[in-house]
Write a protein of this length. Structure first.
Length: 160
């Protein structure tokens, strides 16, 4: 066999799934989107984009509207993002679904600011044997416990 042995991780349940971000962070994100949309609309109604609140003003504000659309799209993914651990590995729904297999993991480190998980989503930094890395956000307590156990078991396995 070439290369290091594959890492095997047994979940305590068949599948563990939960929210990637806290309700407080989701609320804050949505509030920022709503506030920015209101501000953009009020600037347009005041004629700040070309003198009048008309179609020409909307064309002038195009880049600002596109920026707000990107902000709103990102907020949608924050609100709907889920993290799942199952027999195949770690998966997070996002703009593009992220997935890492357990057997290919080289490094897994849970990064969090204790007592502030309600605002700042803990992250699981993972890297595979080929050097590719990714970051998974995790808020759900059950998923976080499994992630913590995963990182400890992987560290012990790779340092044998």
């Amino acid at each position: 066999m070439l290369g290091p042995a594959p890492f095997r991780f047994e979940l305590q349940a068949e599948k563990v799934e939960g929210a990637a971000f806290s309700i407080a962070f989701k609320t804050l994100t949505c509030a920022v989107v709503i506030f920015c949309g209101y501000w953009l609309l009020s600037l347009w109604l005041q004629g700040k984009f070309g003198g009048k609140a008309d179609l020409e003003g909307l064309r002038t504000a195009g880049w600002f509207i596109l920026g707000w659309g990107l902000l709103a799209c990102t907020a949608w993914f924050v609100v709907t993002s889920r993290i799942r651990l199952d027999a195949s590995g770690i998966t997070q729904s996002w703009m593009w679904t992220k997935h890492f297999d357990f057997d290919d993991l080289a490094v897994a480190q849970l990064i969090r600011i204790r007592h502030f998980e309600w605002l700042i989503a803990p992250r699981l930094y993972v890297r595979n044997l080929a050097g590719k890395f990714s970051v998974f956000y995790v808020y759900d307590a059950a998923v976080m416990l499994e992630m913590d156990r995963l990182s400890q078991e992987l560290k012990a396995f790779r340092h044998m």
